[in-house]
Write a protein that binds this ligand. Sequence first.
Ligand code: IPM
Ligand code: MN
Length: 354
Amino acid sequence: MKKIIAITRGDGCGPEVVNEGIKILMIVSEFTDNEFEFKDAPAGGEVWKKYGSNLPEQSFNTIKQSDALLFGAIGLPDLQPGVAESAILKIRQGLDLYVNLRPIKLYNILREICPLKDEFIGDGIDITFVRENTEGLYKNIGKLEEDSAENLMLYTREGCERIIKYAFEFAKRKGHGKVTSVDKANILKPSQLWRKIFHEIAQNYSDLEIEDIYIDAFCQWLIRAPFKFQTVVTGNMFGDIISDEAAFLIGSLGMASSGNIHPGKVSMYEPIHGSAPDIAGKGIANPIGTILSVKLMMEESFNSPDLGNEIDNAVEEALSEGRTVDIRSRSLKTLSTLEMGDLIASKLKNRLKT
Ligand code: IPM
Ligand code: MN
């Protein structure tokens, strides 16, 4: 069946990495029964400069009418912070994308460039962050005045329940043994509600081990013993911060992928690195974060875990032959964004052909 995929290239290195994501989707459509139609949905800073809106209505309509959205990155250094980026929040809120799924897997072959000493890597790093994506400080109920400013950290029972349930179901589906909840229940009221609901829901999953950790301690454990974690569920702001910390463990922020998901509805897949103005236009950005976001799209929106696996394996194979500069190895060829995408596409082609 034909699937419509909305495409937001965005700003900075966004267009460069999205091209490589599309390349992978084309291979998938060529060698499997999937058929894709791409529809542009421009958003971000450049679009804001042109039309005075970072998410023109037409783009949002295109997104709403598609089966999934592949999103590059938005943000420009010459705009005030937030002017471009708020489009992301409009999409998350507008489509009620309450799950932000952020897998952090260290490929074995990249162990050497992980900043942690080998003993701290242990058996390996394979964590999935399940970040609440519509509530908390991001609900944007706030005001900025001359001498004071405020945001409200608002969580609802419904909002906590649905994300925590999702995390348990995710852990079950992936065969994880444990779900870790990260909060600040020693101080924050919303965390106290969160923790209560976490324990209520855990009762329905008695075969899964559970654990609560305060956010500050978790940040330590994440670099001290990352192998301890599998599924980690947390609120919006904490999830934003720890997923960047975690992304560093897999070699480069450029490797990190994400899905903004509402199960069964149109969802958005994006690398987490942002528009990276310092390297934009140079053709050196790492496209793997985007390619792994396409993998997530196959798994979470198109119910094709096997295809997701093939993409994952293609990436791993490619990493033993060549790499972009952010993860370069002296013994391997350093590749451009386009070459890295080509190499992964050719690996995927070989895997799907046979
Ligand atoms: C992310 C980003 C966004 C966030 C910004 C750009 C709105 O940092 O996706 O992690 O804070 O969620
Ligand atoms: Mn972030």
